[in-house]
Write a protein that binds this ligand. Sequence first.
Ligand code: PAF
Length: 284
Amino acid sequence: MKRIATIAEMKAACRQGTRNGKTLGFVPTMGALHEGHLSLVRASKARCDVTAVSIFVNPLQFGPAEDLDKYPRTMERDTALLEQLGADLLFTPGVEEMYPPGAQTYVLVEGLSNKLDGASRPGHFRGVATVVAKLFEVVRPDFAFFGQKDAAQVAVLRKLVNDLDMDVEVVVCPIVREKDGLAMSSRNAYLTSEQRQQATVLYRSLLRVQAAVDHGERDSAKLIEIGKQVIANETGAKLDYFAIVDRDTLELVADVSCGALVAVAAYIGSTRLIDNILVTASSR
Ligand code: PAF
């Protein structure tokens, strides 16, 4: 695996890698890699001739009171894991390489960027869309792999690619969970052992909603109440949002008969975690 820190070298390596019609898969990350990320790398390896990964903790997507400084940075371990998996290129630019002094251009997917996590984290999706647009321009991948855990991010990035006619296919891979159901996240590393137990409440709330749908409930307002109650019963958790929306537009849906994204965000201590499921309502 070749590790590259400059945009010029990464562009050259990617263009070189795709000579002779070879396909290029790309997995953008902020590092602190876990099985969720590794599943994306495996998916890229299975589908593409060449796999590039980026590790860049993007300051633009963190709010002033958020965890940019303490975000876990485990570059040596991450590099070893990517080597083992057989990634071909690893892009690890510094902040000044990505945002040189005087950079003034941002990418905003209007509307979608203010929904779900965008409502709780103003400016977050502008930061995500800007960095991903830049990374896509550097790498010019055929396929880019993202996790379903960040469902709102997926909706924003799909819209970005569509609206700007980018020649990249967004591939969304399933959420990878710990044995007890907790969705894998780099932020799980912040949890104490007690909080780690409490954190399972996010998935438990989603399972309770799925069970209610399986028993015939279709009304989103009632389903949201069921999910919120599960979170309220866990003393260590503070709800941020519990929403039932269309997976593409992130607009609220009143009824889940045609399927919907059920998404939750909650604080466990000071750690904000997210999770979601796609419910499909079989006809009864
Ligand atoms: O999902 C992430 O890790 C980040 O939001 C991404 C897509 C790498 C952009 O910084």
